[in-house]
Design a protein around this ligand. Structure first.
Ligand code: 4AD
Length: 469
């Protein structure tokens, strides 16, 4: 019956109480021959522990043992809570200390850590300031971080990033379930490419050519034909990307939704609008500490978005006009490149004061084969992209629900019909008008937190150069 206390709950109220904690050794500092300070860390919270040799409580031997503990080892400490006269600098639990009675090493870390957690936790500004003062600080390179990801994840900011990610997926579910969406799980081993294009991982499926799903697109639409009305999925998405960029991964988590449409595709945009405003509100409200922790290493401004009126919707044509007025010429029936998307984001922010908006009615030519063309002008389509800080986080559309038309479009796009036969056939037994959208989870977290690289928001990122760890 020993009573465990979490480091985060060590407060002045526990003065003179005996506590037992488990944490990692963050730092060890010996003072003279009879004393040492250990800073212990548990889930981002830290406390200073004092070892003072005394006849009856702490032996010389125990002091020696403690001084030899390696950083990052998991250690249990039994001791008495005391309240120091001045707050402890460098510990989150500044108002208390632990007078150590016993120390047990539970799991020893190697002496030479490939990443020093303190080095890896500093912001660029802190490093620069220290450098100006003549100190030489270690900058931990992104690749080193990823090679030793388990250590990198211990830094407070990175740890918080994945707590935020957990919230984003959770908010997605909690919002859609009461709206009548059913959670589904579609196969990731499929016969053909689901988005068209060449970026698929091919594999051998018991002698039959197959590939990893580029999205749940085909099967989520097929469940609509199975009368679920509204569905969503949180799942892995595979893209054999050739481009090595700050925002492309070869495997990411897709938040997908698909729903029947009564009148038009604005019903899908309405869901996106309400879902994301609720998401940003909830993150800002419930994740203050995590956001603050991320910000202290990677500074960013809170996202500007409209809360008191529906999210800004611009047509692609309007976007092209805005760009044109700013001197940026783009093909009115082509796609926007990353740079132009950013530029448009800046223009929108300046004119409308929001960094979150929907661009819709894209040219048909730049959308996947299953996209419904606009009824009044087939050069355009009933489709949309959604942007945060000038970068795409979502794409969505109304889908073609007529199997003959779908087949025609697939053929026109050079797709091998054999590989998607059952998908196309699904629509010949009666299919409701429908539409949906796909969100990149890592992109949402990256852009909401103003981070500059998607590798920071993927737990174990897969990019064209990385399959390990
Ligand atoms: O734009 P994408 O390719 O659209 C689809 O997959 C459609 N089936 C969605 C739909 O329902 N119409 O991908 C959707 C989102 C993008 O907006 C982006 O956020 C993310 O997935 N994404 C990527 N994230 C990381 N790495 C990549 N290589 C990504 N490709 C797309």
């Amino acid at each position: 019956g020993r009573v465990w206390t979490e480091i985060k709950s060590l407060k002045e109220g526990l003065k003179d109480k005996e506590v037992l904690i488990r944490g990692r050794v963050q730092t060890i500092r010996a003072v003279g021959k009879k004393m040492a300070f250990l800073v212990m860390r548990e889930k981002g919270f830290t406390v200073q522990c004092v070892l003072q040799v005394s006849a009856d409580l702490v032996s010389e031997q125990m002091l020696k043992f403690s001084k030899n503990l390696s950083r990052e080892s998991i250690v249990d400490i039994e001791g008495i809570v005391s309240v120091p006269q001045v707050p402890i600098k460098g510990a989150s639990q500044q108002l208390v200390e632990i007078q150590v009675r016993k120390v047990y090493c539970i799991s020893k870390a190697v002496l030479n850590l490939p990443i020093n957690i303190e080095d890896a936790s500093r912001s660029e500004a802190e490093i620069e300031k220290a450098e100006q003062a003549g100190e030489q600080l270690v900058r931990v390179h992104q690749d080193t971080r990823l090679n030793y990801r388990v250590l990198d994840l211990r830094t407070p900011a990175n740890n918080s990033i994945f707590r935020i990610q957990s919230h984003v997926a959770n908010i997605f579910r909690q919002f859609l379930l009461p709206e009548g969406f059913v959670e589904i799980h579609t196969p990731k081993l499929i016969a053909g490419s689901s988005e068209g294009g060449s970026a698929v991982f091919r594999l051998d499926y018991k002698g039959q050519p197959a590939c990893l799903a580029q999205s749940p697109q085909l099967h989520k639409q097929m469940t609509i034909c199975g009368d679920f009305g509204r569905v969503f999925e949180v799942g892995h998405v595979f893209r054999a990307e050739d481009s090595f960029t700050h925002r492309h991964l070869c495997e990411f988590i897709g938040l997908d939704a698909e729903m029947e449409i009564k009148e038009n595709y604005s019903e899908v945009m309405d869901i996106v609008d309400r879902l994301f405003v609720a998401m940003f509100d909830t993150l800002n409200e419930n994740c203050k500490k995590e956001l603050e922790t991320i910000r202290s290493q990677y500074p960013f401004e809170p996202l500007k978005y409209w809360r008191d009126k529906p999210t800004l919707r611009l047509t692609f044509e309007q976007g092209v006009e805005m760009l044109k007025s700013a001197g940026v010429e783009v093909d009115p029936y082509g796609d926007l490149n990353t740079e132009v998307e950013r530029k448009l984001g800046e223009l929108v922010l300046k004119e409308y004061g929001t960094e979150f908006y929907i661009l819709h009615r894209y040219p048909q030519a730049v959308r996947p084969f299953y996209t419904m063309p606009s009824f009044d002008d087939p050069k355009y389509s009933n489709s949309f992209d959604v942007f945060i800080r000038g970068e795409e986080i979502i794409s969505g559309a109304q889908r073609i629900h007529d199997s003959n038309f779908l087949k025609e479009r697939a053929e026109a796009c050079g797709i091998d019909i054999k590989t998607i036969r059952t998908y196309i056939d699904s629509f010949q037994y009666g299919a409701p008008p429908h539409g949906g959208f796909g969100v990149g989870l890592e992109r949402v977290v990256m852009l909401f937190c103003g981070l500059n690289n998607i590798r920071k928001t993927s737990l174990f990122p897969r990019d064209p150069m990385r399959l390990d760890p």
